[in-house]
Design a protein around this ligand. Structure first.
Ligand code: P5A
Length: 448
């Protein structure tokens, strides 16, 4: 992509409406613009990040065996009356009538809708287990939308729903998602911590929030320091057998907690030098709620003995549109965003210090073509902005690598590579630079 033909409205001033780093940086880097309170347009640069995040979420869901479908954003009130949640949900639900005076709502979550789909399709135990998911916009009329896309009213969620014959089988589905979540967030460069959680309006009695540590987080977290170094389980763990050994380090009762749960027990059991107390951002939340929806909504299948049984279910959410902000909270500095390669909007920022200079133009075109040809995504700054402004923009938008090309360096046969994260600058011949960048980018795309 050529910056001279792109749509990247960066802001030099820090917007006054933003309180936290990610919100400020997303506005300044031309990633989002507010449309109305808690509702955002994703500008091209932000949209590329959102798509990358969505892609990683999708890959790990698919890998775990979950099956993608797409449910609508609008739902009928009638369906929510079947589960009893229509009246219970409260003012966060956006309710309205269509032209036929039918009561409708903009879905804040999809437990009822998926239960309706599943009960109409599954007849016997042979149709189970299944995990179905979609990635779809939700609306919650939050009383205090804030921090940009971190707590929006309209937001993109990955929500999965599991259907099993027994509580034990449902625990396996829960654990399978648990592992998929750890892997999903690790692939985005995030260290996520599962924390025992409240179930709120979703219901059930088993639930974990996935938290990343950030000073601006809305939740208080106490966790065992070892949790931050626990290796991520491999994707190919045998889901048919007991998964407990794989997730035990995270699910031991003292592993992570919040002030609503057993902070006292945590303090008693975890040695002082191993206690981490921090703020956290919730990026995912999983629930096991058994028959909470299947029973009132009549979602039953025939068991092997011929008897009809209510299906055991759970639901599993990831805040897809919250993640770009969460990643920025975890990865930025004074100059701007520092994107991990797997979610970067472009992998390399190619800076032409002097567009119009024949040698610089020719070198940049060649580098651009070779990097793109090797599958590396490049944003080429071919604008007439002065060098200082170009560097500031590149640092602000946080592409992992900058490749800086100017007439002076070219005379000596050299271009400069800057690593955005470490700030390290090195010079190399154009050929060597391409080779190095392609190698680095490929290495950093995969889960360490
Ligand atoms: C699980 C999937 C649910 O809704 N039903 C379907 C369950 N869980 S949840 O915790 O309420 O939401 C799941 C994740 O969505 C993100 N999220 C939000 N992101 C941005 N703005 C919001 N207002 C918002 N509300 C929830 C969170 O990441 C949450 O973990």
């Amino acid at each position: 992509m050529r910056l001279s033909q792109y749509f990247l409205p960066v802001l030099r001033e820090v917007p006054s409406e933003a309180e936290i780093a990610s919100h400020k940086l997303m506005l300044r880097a031309g990633m989002i613009r507010q449309a109305s309170a808690g509702i955002y347009t994703w500008l091209p640069l932000g949209f590329r990040v959102l798509k990358k995040v969505e892609g990683i979420v999708r890959e790990e869901q698919d890998r775990s065996g979950a099956i993608e479908l797409l449910m609508p954003t609008l739902q009928q009130a009638e369906l929510w009356r079947e589960s009893g949640r229509y009246d219970a949900y409260g003012p966060e639900m956006l309710r309205f009538k269509d032209r036929h005076e039918r009561e409708m709502l903009y879905g804040p979550t999809n437990e009822e809708l998926i239960t309706q789909v599943f009960r109409g399709a599954a007849k016997s135990y042979r149709d189970l287990p299944r995990i179905l998911y979609h990635i779809q916009w939700k609306f919650r009329d939050e009383i205090r939308p804030r921090f940009g896309v971190m707590r929006g009213r309209e937001f993109l969620m990955k929500d999965a729903y599991s259907f099993d014959m027994s509580v034990e089988a449902a625990r396996h589905s829960y654990n399978r998602m648990f592992v998929a979540y750890l892997r999903t967030f690790a692939r985005m460069g995030l260290k996520s911590i599962p924390m025992v959680a409240e179930t709120g309006p979703i219901g059930g009695d088993l639930s974990h929030e996935f938290i990343i540590l950030a000073d601006t987080g809305e939740s208080q977290v106490f966790c065992h320091a070892d949790l931050l170094d626990t290796p991520i389980p491999p994707a190919d763990v045998d889901f048919g057998s007991d998964l407990t050994p794989h997730i035990a380090p995270w699910t031991r009762h003292y592993a992570a907690t919040d002030d609503k749960h057993d902070e006292g027990r945590f303090a008693a059991e975890v040695p002082q030098n191993k206690r981490v107390s921090a703020r956290g951002v919730e990026i995912g939340h999983i629930f096991f709620f058994g028959t909470k929806y299947s029973e009132p909504m009549g979602c039953r299948v025939q068991g092997p003995d011929g008897n009809m049984v209510s299906v055991q279910s759970g639901s599993y959410g990831i805040g897809v549109s919250r993640l770009p902000a969460a990643i920025i909270e975890a990865s930025h500095d004074d100059a701007g965003i520092v994107w991990p390669v797997p979610v970067a909007p472009f992998e390399v920022g190619l800076v032409n210090l002097k567009p119009g200079d024949k040698a610089a133009d020719r070198a940049c075109e060649g580098l651009y073509a070779r990097l793109e040809g090797a599958g590396v995504s490049v944003l080429l700054d071919d604008t007439q902005e002065r060098p200082g402004g170009k560097f500031a923009t590149m640092d602000l938008i946080g592409l992992p690598f900058q490749l800086i090309v100017g007439p002076k360096g070219l005379k000596g046969g050299e271009v400069e590579i800057k690593d955005r994260k470490s700030g390290a600058r090195t010079t190399a011949s154009p050929e060597a630079a391409v080779k190095r960048l392609v190698g680095e980018v490929r290495a950093q795309r995969i889960l360490a």
